[in-house]
Ligand binder design. Sequence first.
Ligand SMILES: [Zn+2]
Length: 84
Amino acid sequence: MSLHSCTEDDYNRQFESGRYGEAVRYCEEQADGKLWVSNGEYDSQVNYCPFCGYAAAVQVERFVTGQSSLNQGADASAPSDGKV
Ligand SMILES: [Zn+2]
């Protein structure tokens, strides 16, 4: 099974973009089942591919209302700054 991957080139179009240009140029599934979008410089984990709607096998860990994820220090798998 190949990992999911969508790029702007696949659709021959771009997302509408704002002040600093596009934040999302491609979406790739990692071997751990997480889905990431990137513009080639910054990247973010997402639940769904913004191009085709593909759902990540491993969803983004949800924030719990009233609690800071930073206070749950023991969980090393929780990204604190959006980077792996
Ligand atoms: Zn996709």
